[in-house]
Design a protein around this ligand. Structure first.
Ligand SMILES: Cc1ncc(COP(=O)(O)O)c(C=O)c1O
Length: 511
């Protein structure tokens, strides 16, 4: 297999080189560490008889062909609704490697065709403002977070994070012996003044080196940073010379303003994109909203390590994503990849590469991303409408402008000071058959009994389950707060979901 390389921009003479942030690296990452892969495999030329690596001969690979049927990128293009893609054992296509190449050991960068597509995508969407940036394949953002953090923090160090954040990151920090330092956030994400304050009041072993944040459809709060907010955060990072770890799996799920969606649309259990149905919801009329620029796109110093994932925009267990950063930073991540995953599965990379390069193309990919926004817009709108109908007075929340989460602060009324209110609510929810995530695992500040938060995800369940779920939640809250139930909650019968051996069955609560 041809040696892979980080996909980089070679023709960016007019752009400045990134600042050298290598002094922020942990000591073990600073030196000129060599790729173990290269030291064993070398850089063989075709003229060499290469007997360097412990590499099996592809003749022993039993998979001769992989075939997949993929849908058209949008339901609007239903005329050619499905396409076949084929990965052949020995034959490369114009863009994508053969199966033998994909299934062979590769270095810590990823398959060339996969990375080249993502390089072009990143150039088009984020257009980085410095020279010598690149992309490298990742096994998704959970993996990338650990690696990005490992560049800047070692056991005993601290890192700046949002007050509420992705539990996977908190677990990864805990395992690495790195302490999270909480920075306040509001409905627009991390607050720059508080980031500045946290840097000034820093008491860590070493000066602050990195901030980790989720700028779009934040998990768990659903917050999305405005352009102004992003610029202000970037300016604070410049002031304190911080690397920014931009974890952005929900970037392409940015949504237009909330618009009430018709009741008939509520009854439809399938995800019909709002833009393709001419008749029903008011959100059909919303013009496609442009995407808020990423932190990467305003990065003139090369201080952003941007983590992208296919999990929310293709499928989670492909376990594929990509990292964008200055090339000298990617060189370090390559080393970390070579001590862990090497690269994502060649099968996953090959399928994605073939689908995006050869079947959908860049236009189809963009159309797919646009359609996803439409699907999530409809779900968000219906969910918010149900929250307004059934939880008025019971919760405070902001309408999310991206992603799949609504973050609700529960109003327990007279029981607000009761430390058992939240555990009792979770228990009551369990008994009446509805599950949402409590705030506690998302807290970067340690658990507190007065954190009365729930995170509801509107991505998975059928939209006609939104109403019964929220009626049940309202009933559970009412049982603890002692407030009178609202008429709308009385009126709706919330079916109980009874697990059966073959799946689930919905039966009316009165039966
Ligand atoms: C903010 C955030 N980062 C990372 C991940 C994990 O992404 P991946 O599936 O790419 O590992 C999630 C998944 O929920 C997430 O919400």
């Amino acid at each position: 297999m041809a040696p892979n390389a980080i996909a980089t921009n070679l023709s960016s003479d007019s752009l400045p080189m990134p600042k050298d942030l290598s002094s922020l690296f942990v000591p073990t990452m600073r030196g000129p560490i060599k790729s173990a892969f290269k030291s064993v495999m070398g850089n063989p030329t075709l003229a060499m008889i290469n007997m360097a690596g412990g590499v099996p001969h592809p003749n022993t690979f039993p998979i001769l062909q992989l075939q997949a049927t993929v849908k058209a990128p949008t339901s609007a293009s239903a005329a050619q609704s499905e396409s076949m893609l084929l990965l052949d054992k020995t034959r490369r296509s114009q863009t994508t490697e053969s199966l033998d190449e994909l299934l062979q050991y590769g270095d810590g960068c990823g398959a060339d065709s996969y990375c080249n597509f993502l390089y072009r995508h990143t150039q088009r969407v984020h257009n980085p403002q410095y020279a010598d940036w690149g992309v490298i394949a990742s096994c998704g953002n959970t993996d990338s977070i650990g690696k990005a953090v490992a560049l800047f923090c070692q056991p005993g160090d601290s890192i700046l994070v949002e007050r509420w954040t992705f539990p996977g990151t908190l677990s990864s920090l805990r395992a690495a012996g790195v302490a999270p330092v909480s920075v306040a956030l509001d409905s627009e994400g991390m607050i720059p003044e508080d980031l500045d304050r946290a840097c000034h009041e820093w008491s860590g072993n070493t000066p602050p080196r990195a901030v980790y944040l989720v700028p779009t459809g934040q998990n768990p709060t659903g917050a999305t940073m405005s352009l102004v907010r992003r610029k202000a955060i970037y300016a604070v990072a410049q002031k304190h010379n911080l690397a920014i770890i931009e974890d952005d799996p929900y970037y392409f799920l940015q949504l237009p303003e909330f618009v009430a969606t018709s009741a008939t649309a509520t009854a439809i259990g399938v995800d019909e994109p709002t833009t393709t149905t001419a008749s029903s919801s008011a959100s059909v009329r919303s013009r496609p909203q442009s995407l808020v620029p990423s932190l990467l796109s305003m990065d003139i110093d090369g201080r952003v390590i941007r983590l992208d994932s296919f999990s929310k925009i293709l499928a989670p267990n492909l376990r594929c994503g990509w990292i964008t950063a200055p090339r000298y930073i990617l060189d370090k991540i390559q080393i970390l990849n070579e001590t862990t995953t090497l690269q994502p599965s060649g099968v996953s990379q090959g399928l994605i590469s073939k689908m995006l390069n050869d079947v959908w193309g860049m236009d189809g990919w963009n159309a797919h991303l646009q359609e996803l926004r439409s699907v999530y817009t409809r779900r968000r709108n219906i969910f918010i409408q149900m929250v307004e109908k059934h939880l008025a007075g019971h919760v405070e929340y902001s309408v999310p402008m991206a992603g799949m989460f609504v973050w609700m602060r529960i109003n327990f009324g007279a029981a607000a000071a009761d430390k058992t209110a939240m555990p009792r609510l979770l228990d009551a929810m369990k008994k009446c058959g509805v599950m949402m995530a409590p705030g506690m695992p998302f807290s970067s500040n340690g658990p507190s009994p007065s954190d009365h938060y729930l995170r509801a995800a509107f991505a998975l369940v059928d939209v006609d389950m939104f109403e019964p779920a929220l009626v049940r939640l309202a009933q559970a809250i009412t049982g603890i707060s002692g407030r009178a139930p609202t008429a709308s909650n009385d009126a709706v019968k919330a079916p109980l979901i009874i697990p059966t051996s073959t799946g689930v069955a919905a039966v009316n609560s009165s039966s």
